[in-house]
Design a protein. Sequence first.
Length: 147
Amino acid sequence: MPVIRPCSHCGKQNRVPAKFLASSGRCGFCKYLLPPVAEPLAVDDQLFDEIVQNSPVPVLVDFWAGWCRPCVAAAPEVARTAANMAGRAVVLKVDTEKYPQVAGRFQVSSIPNFVVLLGGRTVTQQAGLVDHNQMERWLKSAAAVSA
Ligand SMILES: [Zn+2]
């Protein structure tokens, strides 16, 4: 199941396989540059597994819910991390109200809850509000472990 991304040039929808989310590509219609994903992706349980298992770069997961004030406070930090780490990491958001089974697999009992995965394995997991610098440190150290 690919991620659907609009081309910034022609506006047409491109289907990007999970393993290429951190890669530069070309729009399938106009050949304009399709840059690496630079924003958090809201995923369902299927897309979560697809991306976590196929991503060649570290994946940061933000487990959140709309009623959670610290989660709302974390959202701009998560977005900034996705922008700063574009091409080097993929950032996912899992709504724990909609997808409790994914949260259950990670024993998420308090949110926000952040998990960094590489090659389908958990590298880091921490609950509570942190800033983008901390999130980026997790991702960089996960990438360094794999290198
Ligand atoms: Zn295009």
